[in-house]
Design a binder for this molecule. Structure first.
Ligand code: WT7
Length: 694
């Protein structure tokens, strides 16, 4: 399954110097450990577990599971019977056992250059304990769900770990999502409490987060679900009094900067914060005078840890549920080995914590290793396109992890904004989110990394918890565009349409044959959907939904989604979700959405809409449709193209032929087999009226 020897030609290797100190220094070592991880997972993961604190040891089997729907319910259990607390392992263990209290956990870098904060492990522990006590005083108990809708600030980490400390289940909703999306997620997980902030800036743009949060809570109420409490962090409005509508004087992050001065460089308007005294409470008022000691709640291995929503092909997002012990071991191990973590590293993952990448590689993985990370609130292009490299130099970042879409975006501006900065601290570069085109890979390697840094192209999903196909920087010879080989404990296979495993070079469905500790355990509140989505198509396998090719050297190449999902800037969207937003407009009778290649975003959204009788298409309607999608889902789902489609290509049985629409969107005349198409004149009409810039 893993080749005997690694190829020597047309591959990129780490320097001998880099390999010398690496945890997995050679391909042979990788193979040896891989075999052990698959044949003897108990021992492999048991060794990793030794580094953590367990209140009680596991009893019975280390791993038990069923991946086969024909044999009964799907389940995965790691280290049953063990009890622990992740927050304790991330913070107390590092402060008290590893003597890392004074080590920096996060360098927070704000949207505005000059806005910065440093938080040590000891400070983080105190803040988390204090806020955990606040949550308890608000009536939050073990197992309760808490929604978090916050910008990229240290308090977001504090809020999530405070939940973890008391055994509550966090559900973080990316702050770029709309009120409607937040409402849907709050209701699905039946959250009793919402934590948010007044607002934040993304570049020059003010996001009035509290307003959106209020709107979401109102929507929940209208649908018969009321959230009892909303805790608001004053991120922008330091001096705002609760209930006051007057704009406060300074923008800053007051809770953490009591002893610091000089980080507010630019004064900006702050949002007016609507206040509902029955529901709203201020973070700062709540923490005042609260003890910073809080005994962790000891949790079972398979107790829920968090819910994170991801798009589903039916349109309704799925609440991916991860549990305690497996997720902890897996994010810790992948972080350490894939980024070859060393104690002096400064790690920077540019993702938002609102996505799984941020959960696993800003919060859990790095903190489990006692690492120092950069937590960045801003944008790669603000105030200019050199911002990323400026930050790399400022904090002497050693390991840098970003998305292909960001690389392609910056590539457009040429080498000068990169080469203006030294970047000599960089040692490993990573990518995640979508296939990286070899051209972007080469630019990342030669310009950003000065040909010095191994690139790890990490393939994984919200569902997998951590990396599943990935190079290890010293061990794996890389090929630009390939996620290379499985991580430890992961057993991939490629299946054909009939579910047969293909050997050697092949192309088909990417599946996994056995669980690794970080795999999701269920869809929250919907085990049925969990089984149908991931296990039904090919009994006995976890189905990723991605297509994959294996080359003659055994390397895996992700070829993209094979379900009705789109990947826009590294984020999954379901076509159904966008379609259902569009048809909510009274003038839209039917909608079909497809992806079409985009030079920066990977894919763009091309929407076909059939209008109701008698309505004519125009600019005004188009703007309304764009807005409705932004309102229902969020800015990430804004359609790039909308085409008026008096008719859609359908089969005789009435199924929309998306394959044909995709070709029309991309302007490809070669349609392939269209013998099942009911009315071919529809296709000609659509071709003639294409949005020609697409
Ligand atoms: C989908 C998962 C995992 C964090 C970010 C996205 C695509 C992800 C790669 C990669 C090719 C990739 C897949 C996958 N994807 N990483 N390195 N190469 N494709 O998480 O929103 O759950 O999306 O992203 O299509 O299924 P997600």
């Amino acid at each position: 399954m893993i080749p005997e020897t690694a190829p020597k030609e047309d591959v990129y290797l780490a320097s001998a110097e880099f390999c010398k100190t690496s945890h997995v220094p050679s391909f042979d070592k990788y193979k040896e450990l891989y075999v052990k991880s698959v044949e003897n997972p108990d021992e492999f993961w048991g060794d990793i577990a030794k580094d953590f604190f367990w209140k009680t040891k596991h009893n019975g089997e280390f791993l038990s599971y069923n991946f086969d729907v024909t044999k009964g319910e799907i389940f995965i259990k790691f280290m049953e019977g063990a009890t622990t607390n992740i927050c304790y392992n991330l913070l107390d263990r590092n402060v008290h056992e590893k003597n890392l209290g004074n080590k920096v956990a996060f360098y927070w870098e704000g949207n505005e250059p000059g806005d910065e904060l440093t938080v040590t492990y000891r400070e983080l522990l105190q803040k988390v304990c204090q806020f955990a006590n606040v949550l308890k005083s608000q009536g939050v108990k073990k197992g309760d769900r808490v929604s978090i809708y916050m910008p990229m600030v240290v308090e977001l980490v504090v809020a999530m770990l405070a939940c973890v400390r008391i055994g509550a289940v966090h559900s973080i909703v990316f702050a770029g999502f709309s009120a409607e999306s937040l409402c849907e997620r709050i209701m699905d997980s039946e959250c009793s409490l919402l934590i948010t902030a007044d607002g934040f800036y993304r570049g020059d743009k003010l996001i009035n987060l509290k307003l959106l949060a209020d709107d979401a809570l109102q929507k929940c109420k209208d649908k018969g679900f009321s959230v009892k409490r909303c805790i608001m962090l004053k991120h922008l409005s330091k001096d705002a009094e609760e209930g006051s509508q007057s704009p406060p004087a300074k923008r800053s992050c007051p809770d953490l900067q009591d002893n610091q001065t000089g980080r507010v460089k630019k004064r900006r308007p702050v949002p007016k914060v609507p206040w509902n005294p029955d529901v709203d409470q201020c973070w700062h008022t709540l923490v005042k005078g609260v003890s910073d000691q809080c005994e962790p709640e000891w949790c079972e291995s398979e107790d829920p840890l968090f819910i994170l929503y991801t798009s589903g092909s039916t349109g309704k997002p799925k609440g991916v549920l991860h549990t305690v012990s497996g997720y902890m071991l897996y994010t810790a191990a992948t972080f350490r080995l894939v980024f070859d973590y060393q104690p002096e590293d400064v790690f920077w993952c540019t993702a938002d914590i609102g996505w799984i990448t941020g959960h696993s590689y800003i919060t859990y993985g790095p903190l489990a290793n006692g690492a120092t990370s950069v937590l960045f609130e801003g944008l790669p292009t603000y105030p200019d396109v050199g911002r990323m490299w400026e930050i790399v130099d400022k904090y002497r970042v050693t390991k840098f992890y970003t998305a292909p879409t960001a690389i392609r975006l910056l590539m457009k501006y040429g080498n000068e904004p990169v080469q203006k900065y030294k970047r000599d601290s960089l040692k490993v570069l990573g990518t995640v989110g979508e296939p990286i085109n070899p051209e972007a890979w080469q630019w990342y390697h030669s310009v950003v990394g000065d040909k010095r840094c191994p690139i790890v192209d990490t393939f994984w999903q919200t569902e997998t918890g951590g990396h599943v196909l990935t190079p290890l920087p010293a061990a794996t010879p890389t090929k630009p565009g390939s996620a290379t080989f499985p991580f430890f404990g992961v057993v991939p296979a490629i299946l054909n349409e009939s579910g047969e495993e293909l050997e050697g070079p092949s192309d088909g469905y990417l599946v996994f044959k056995q669980p690794w500790p970080g795999i999701m355990r269920t869809v929250y509140g919907n085990q049925q959907r969990f089984e149908t989505t991931y296990f039904k198509k090919f009994p006995g396998y976890y189905v990723t939904g991605d297509g994959c090719r294996r080359d003659k050297d055994g390397y895996y190449w992700i070829t993209g989604r094979i379900d009705d999902m789109l990947n826009v800037s590294g984020h999954l969207l379901s076509t159904a979700e966008v379609e259902s937003a569009l048809v909510e407009h009274e003038n839209v009778a039917e909608a079909a959405v497809v992806g079409c290649p985009h030079p920066v975003k990977g894919e763009s959204l091309y929407c076909f809409v059939t209008l109701t009788e008698g309505v004519s298409y125009g600019r005004g309607l188009e703007t309304e449709l764009r807005n409705i999608v932004r309102e229902k889902i969020g800015a990430i789902a804004t359609p790039d193209y909308i085409q008026n489609a008096p008719g859609l290509p359908k089969t005789r049985s009435g199924k929309i032929m998306r394959r044909v629409l995709r070709k029309i969107a991309c302007g490809e005349r070669e349609l392939g087999d269209i013998s099942t198409l009911a009315d071919s004149s529809v296709v000609d009409h659509l071709f003639q009226n294409r949005c020609c810039t697409a």
